[in-house]
Design a protein around this ligand. Structure first.
Ligand SMILES: [Zn+2]
Length: 97
């Protein structure tokens, strides 16, 4: 199983965790919400993902945290394109991290 991390995203320290997720979600970005001040910002990635699907989900959730006002459609489109580009250039996990 991949490790958990804390990454700096746009100047924020964000917990980044691999775990099982309910339902069919591949990932979650929990974004700060003034109505729910006790909920901490974090990213959760489905621990079962691998390969290009994992890469696309990691980019997707990163973009939600980096640009919380961008639409789901925009984030989905950008993540899909960047994952394809990086995969085509040969980027791969060499070990589980
Ligand atoms: Zn999304």
């Amino acid at each position: 199983m991949p490790s958990n991390h804390i990454f700096t995203i746009m100047g924020k320290r964000v917990p980044w965790r691999y775990t099982s997720l309910r339902g069919s979600a591949d990932g979650w970005a929990v974004i700060p919400d003034p109505k729910r001040p006790r909920i901490r910002e974090r990213v959760l990635i489905n621990e079962r993902l691998a390969g290009k699907a994992r890469l696309e989900t990691e980019i997707h959730e990163f973009l939600h945290v980096a640009y919380p006002r961008h639409s789901e459609e925009h984030v989905t489109h950008a993540a899909r394109d960047l994952a394809k580009l990086l995969h085509k250039l040969g980027y791969r996990l060499t070990e589980v991290s």
